[in-house]
Ligand binder design. Sequence first.
Ligand code: PYC
Length: 403
Amino acid sequence: MFGPFRRIKLYSAAPLKRRYDVVIIGAGVHGLATAYELARRGVRNIAVLERYYIGAGSSGRNTAIIRSNYRTPVGVAFYDESVKIYERMSTDLGLNVMFSRRGHLTFAHTDQAITGLRVRAEINQIAGVDSRVIFRDEIAKLVPSLDLSKKPRYPVLAALYHPPGGIIRHDAVVWGYARAADRLGVEIHPNTNVTGIGVSNGAVATVRTERGDIQTGTVVNATAGWASTIAEMVGIRLPIVSHPLQALVTEPLKPFLNPVLVSATLNVYVSQTDRGELVIGSEIDPYSSYSNRSTLPFMESSAAHVLELLPCVAGVKVLRQWAGVCDMTPDYSPIMGTVPNLKGFVLDVGWGTYGFKAGPVSGRRIAELIATGRTPDLIKPFSIERFAKGELLGEKAAAAVSH
Ligand code: PYC
């Protein structure tokens, strides 16, 4: 078929072989980016196994915000590399992923919060990341529809302004990586449930699936929501608790909101997509669960809070809601790298509410680790051993609306 309705072929169906050099569990942005980057480095015989369909997990259940204005120097450098990959992605993958550089505003509603944002701005600037504290006159120019009067319960006083931040078409990112990996010979196997992982002489040896066993020397756990379940298959207990994160989308409106807006005090964030819909979210639900169900209390409280920022959207209809499962670590940073005493098992997990934006950089650096046998400096601090050593990377203050 020709013209705008031509279907994009994402991958070639292939029989599941009995042996691969690398098996990646999870065909979301992380797993597919890792496969693509490995194939670019010349690694062959790679399989990506997915329990449902490509992008079925958190890659399809997020709010697609791209930014690098984190709180720790390590986090800022890491996410900054991802922003740079996203900026070039349409060209690199040959698919328009609709990266839209809008600017990202994190509001302060108290003097204490302004101090926190100043610290973050300094850490960002030292790493060369464009990020600064701005005040009401500049905020008014960036967001004319924002209620900057003294009427709200918590008036906006200042904001951390991060011009490189923006939004992206998350499905297109997943499709782009799948298609590019497929072209380089990666096999992608949806509907392939992993049921166990066999270990022999201190190294991974087999991946058991409902479609038969696979021999391999390298397994990457690139799952979100189920990371603990896969790790338990090799006897590893991850410091992860899984919580739902909910979001909702309104009917499309004419473009009126350019930057992404975030308020931790109001427990809400909002952006307007290129199709005109508002995407609204809040903090993770306060209970652990694997549930993907969205709730009426979430919709009511998010709508109320977004109206405190943007009273002009009163009366706008909600089109749909969803929830995804977030694997939260104690320090709100991910876990990447090899594990002690088990050869060939690689972690790319614990992505909390920041996984989508990190997919490209973690894919690139995990691939480097596997291809060279050396952990890249950029991801060394995220090793699982940091918990035993007490070298935590506290990112809660910069994780969406989590402080
Ligand atoms: O980290 O930007 C973020 C984010 C937004 C929603 C969830 N996480």
